[in-house]
Design a protein around this ligand. Sequence first.
Ligand code: NAP
Length: 345
Amino acid sequence: MAEEVCNKQVILKNYVIGYPEESDFQIITGSIKLKIPEGTKDAVLVKNLYLSCDPYMRFRMTKVDGPTLMDHFVPGKVINGYGVVQVLDSTHPAYKKGDLAWGFTGWEEYSLNVSPPLLIKIVHTDVPLSYYTGILGMTGVTAYAGFHEVCSPKKGEYVYVSAASGAVGQLVGQFAKLMGCYVVGSAGSKEKVDLLKNKLGYDEAFNYKEEPDLDAALKRYFPEGIDIYFENVGGKMLDAVLLNMRENGRIAVCGMISQYNLEKPEGVHNLSVLIAKRVLMKGFVAHDFYPKYPEYLQMVLPYIKQEKIVYVEDISQGIETAPASLIGVFTGLNLGRKLVVVAHH
Ligand SMILES: NC(=O)c1ccc[n+]([C@@H]2O[C@H](COP(=O)([O-])OP(=O)(O)OC[C@H]3O[C@@H](n4cnc5c(N)ncnc54)[C@H](OP(=O)(O)O)[C@@H]3O)[C@@H](O)[C@H]2O)c1
């Protein structure tokens, strides 16, 4: 007989309008047999170790008509997202008991994942395992592809990053410094600004919440204009950046978190700058660049080991903390990559 254990799970109670609140979620205790049911092919049963709190999850809390990049969550059902897992049982040829992997899993203590290809096996374990929720996972690919592939950076260029201390932003800044660029970041608190300047190697940083005139702030830090803008926030910041782009500049549209909780998105007014300044503005999705993951790992692992790249994590303990951890990302409560420890390896 397979052992049956309690399985705490995070459930979405209702579709969300506006900012998500803790009361939109519920923790319930189910149970699960620690063995894959007889006859279930290509499945892995995993213990979830770490869950990552990602802004895109906000899209999945609302039901929208028409095609979307990812399925929305279903009220009353366990939500899912990126995480780090350990395999307890497998009927998939590529996985065996004890394997570690990162990728899609349920927000619960144990998950039966019947699509293991959505997981990527972890080979390098001489680095913190939690890094696979960030620098060594989807977030890392986002920063790497967004900066190197979409922005085509050159030594000496002027780079601006918004939400600069977050999971993605902190990496973009460090990649830009390694390229020999001048890098300025913005963030929403003094603590974050200090982190950018003192730990993450940014040349300059400012608190956008204390700048009544964002255009003037950018002119102060970029008297000659911006070559590359790594866009994480959208809204008023994008409009101010547009006014400061240099000729042949590039804007990589990674995210627009300032818009995710608005019922009606703000307009963007200064797009005509793209014409005269010949600016390229391009959106991208990390998933499209997963074929580059091995190349990225080869580049980043030595930097981590030599401490030439650092990674700041903001860790909460226990699955009970998951709803508050996730919603905190939308009000800037996180300092670095927000993740939840569900179990220790
Ligand atoms: N394209 C892709 O494939 C892809 C993949 C991953 C992430 N993303 C996007 O990349 C961006 C950053 O994601 P992340 O995982 O690195 O998150 P994060 O930066 O670690 O956390 C989100 C941060 O956004 C800032 N923020 C929240 N509301 C804001 C607002 N109204 N205006 C300005 N800033 C606000 C907060 O920092 P402050 O305290 O500084 O305000 C918060 O800490 C997001 O837009 C996300 O959707 C895109």
